[in-house]
Design a protein around this ligand. Structure first.
Ligand SMILES: *Cc1c(COP(=O)(O)O)cnc(C)c1O
Length: 229
């Protein structure tokens, strides 16, 4: 089991361009499995459920240099805990949530619970998908001016998950559309020069994500094995 994890991480790292960060998605993975990944140099860990993540953070307190990423849909009543517990939130998927996070980030900064603003990505639905959260391109443009007013979040880029079942060509072109949108927002300087991140690519499509310009890939299954054992 642990030799599999080590082998997989080494394999993936070998092919990873220096511009791409590997984020280990550890939902349902035991803290022992996470320690193995840590031993292989992984420092970025992502969870999609707050309760599970907080429990693991407590159990892994001794690994103080872990950078925690949140990648799941976040209910607004959990926004406070999320800004206090995660350096990165990839899955900011509505204006209402963004505003809540901004509000609680201000509080957490003022109370010295955190020392830097959370880094966040805006989750976009580049193709219609009833099963996913996030802004359509049109909705995002409608909310841009309001998003620009958030002062306590570092808006770093876009995150996308494509609909299930697309061909490789469609996956690539979907990811390229996400990149084009990020480049467009960046060129027009909506969110400053650090709006340069693209969180796109999971176990099944990360190579296409990288091809389209991903800066962060979020890998679970390919490292830790299937979750539905
Ligand atoms: C589970 C999950 C991943 C990882 O998926 P794998 O297919 O296991 O690599 C990536 N991103 C998000 C948002 C997820 O929920």
């Amino acid at each position: 089991m642990s030799t599999d994890i080590i082998h997989k991480i080494q394999q993936i790292k070998e092919t990873l361009p220096a511009s791409v960060s590997l984020i280990a998605v550890t939902k349902t993975v035991s803290v022992d499995g996470m320690r193995v990944a840590y031993g292989c140099g992984i420092r970025d860990f992502a969870e999609n459920k707050l309760q599970e993540a907080l429990k693991k953070q407590e159990e892994l307190k001794d690994l103080a240099d872990i950078c925690w990423h949140f990648i799941g849909h976040l209910q607004t009543n959990k926004a406070k805990k999320a800004v206090e517990s995660f350096a990165w939130i990839h899955s900011v998927d509505s204006l209402k949530l963004a505003q809540k996070l901004d509000f609680f980030a201000q509080q957490a900064l003022e109370n010295n619970i955190i020392t830097v603003s959370p880094q966040v990505c805006l989750q976009v639905k580049i193709l219609p998908d009833d099963n996913k959260y996030g802004w359509s391109v049109k909705e995002l443009y409608q909310d841009l001016v309001t998003l620009q007013q958030l002062r306590f979040l570092h808006l770093r880029g876009l995150m996308a998950i494509l609909p299930f079942g697309l061909s490789d060509d469609d996956i690539l072109s979907g990811f390229q559309k996400v990149r084009d949108l990020q480049v467009c927002l960046s060129d027009n300087n909506y969110f400053g020069e650090n709006f340069n991140q693209l969180s796109m690519g999971m176990s099944g499509d990360y190579l296409l994500g990288i091809k389209a310009g991903a800066t962060m890939i979020r890998l679970g299954t390919i490292i830790f094995g299937s979750r539905n054992r």
